[in-house]
Design a protein around this ligand. Structure first.
Ligand code: NAD
Ligand code: IPM
Ligand code: MN
Length: 349
């Protein structure tokens, strides 16, 4: 199994080191030999070479690797974030990774900021459309920098794009024995683009008679997530709304440091990364929580068909949380490296 490892920037480098440590422990435990190839792409590389993503980079990821793991991208020295756009968003778009899979699963009641809620209340998945919406960079600025400036950023919704993510959400529900799919949009205000979401959700839902469909406008969804998260099993929404609600969902799990994601095109080379960013203020201090990255590595193995290996990571993380062998953001006393050592140690034992 050949995996491209792109640690990226800031705490991305630190949490990726821990995810790699855990993948190596899995290899030892299960007698496997993964080929983990580190690629230096990120802010340092861009500032040194002027290259964000080398020519042929996307094709290389797609054709030469089974999966891609990314730490995080974003650095204050690159204010227009162009390297993140090329490396992170570019990989999502160019590899056509249309499913952004973000599980919201609380491991211990202690970590949840919602009053009286425990693991039984917070266990759902968000499917974020990942290749269109407001992220396509279609638009432009006219008379930039003047008081007459006009800035246009178009949201693109295609039937193909909307259909495939909604269908994926229903198929996931059916294959996981779940019975509820909720779609969130803003069709009351965005009466053109989101009418398409309404139409497709109804059409696809009709093909899944055993599954109850609900719809909330995205503002109400944010409220219901806080008031009654237990009602959700599968949420499907567009690119920007999915970005926002998964940071909200991460707080239910104990914070951004706990949240994992997969950027997936079923059957093709896919990319896995923690939900959080490069947290520049935390960088280099050995304080970032590596669990989001480690659980993303588990999602990667699961998607590649290594179910037992993924389950071993999940179990080791659950033990670390249970025994409070974690970083300070989730109430522990360990550093990033020590938290990774604990989880890798549990896997080896
Ligand atoms: P961020 O996720 O980097 O950090 C926000 C806050 O969340 C941090 O200050 C910290 O309190 C907490 N946090 C995040 N990760 C944590 C961890 N592993 N352990 C403990 N606490 C953690 O978001 P931001 O500050 O908005 O963005 C910083 C940079 O990262 C920006 O350049 C942004 O564009 C980029 N970013 C990249 C990605 C990505 O690569 N996927 C995702 C989000 C943001
Ligand atoms: C995420 C991040 C990215 C996004 C940024 C860094 C462009 O916030 O992966 O959630 O908005 O998709
Ligand atoms: Mn985000």
């Amino acid at each position: 199994m050949r995996i491209a490892i792109i640690p990226g920037d800031g705490i991305g480098k630190e949490v990726t080191a821990e995810a790699v440590k855990v993948l190596k422990a899995i290899d030892e435990k299960f007698g496997r030999a993964s080929d983990l190839e580190r690629l230096p792409w990120g802010a340092d590389h861009f500032l040194e070479t002027g290259v964000t993503m080398p020519p042929g980079g996307y094709a290389m990821l797609r054709d030469e690797f089974d999966a891609v793991f990314i730490g995080a991208l974003g650095d204050p020295r690159v204010p227009d974030n162009r390297h993140a756009r090329d490396i992170l968003l570019g990989t999502r778009f160019e590899l056509d990774l249309y499913v952004n899979y973000r599980p919201i699963k609380l491991l211990d009641e202690r970590l949840c900021p919602l009053k009286g809620r425990g693991p039984g209340d917070v266990n759902f998945v968000v499917f974020r459309e990942n290749t269109e919406g407001l992220y396509v960079s279609v638009g432009g600025r006219f008379k930039a920098g003047t008081e007459d400036e006009v800035a246009i950023q178009e949201e693109i919704n295609t039937w193909k794009g909307v259909h495939r993510i909604i269908r994926h959400a229903f198929e996931f529900a059916r294959s996981h024995g779940l019975t509820k799919v909720c779609m969130a949009d803003k069709s009351n205000a965005m009466t053109q683009g989101h009418a398409l979401w309404q139409r497709v959700f109804k059409e696809v839902g009709a093909d899944f008679p055993g599954i109850t469909t609900t719809h909330y406008y995205i503002d109400a969804l944010a409220m219901y997530m806080v008031l009654d998260p237990a009602q959700f099993e599968v949420i499907v929404t567009n690119n920007l709304f999915g970005d926002i609600i998964t940071d909200l969902g991460a707080t239910f799990q104990g914070g951004l440091g706990m949240a994992a994601s997969g950027n997936i095109h079923p059957g093709r080379t896919s990319m896995f990364e923690p939900v959080h960013g490069s947290a520049p203020k935390f960088a280099g201090k050995n304080i970032a929580n590596p669990i989001g990255a480690i659980l993303s590595a588990a999602l990667m193995l699961e998607t590649l068909g290594a179910r037992d290996e993924a389950a071993a990571i999940d179990a080791a993380v659950a033990k670390a949380v249970r025994e409070n062998q974690v970083t300070a953001d989730v109430g522990g006393r360990l550093g990033t490296r020590e938290a990774g050592d604990f989880i890798a140690g549990v896997i080896r034992s």
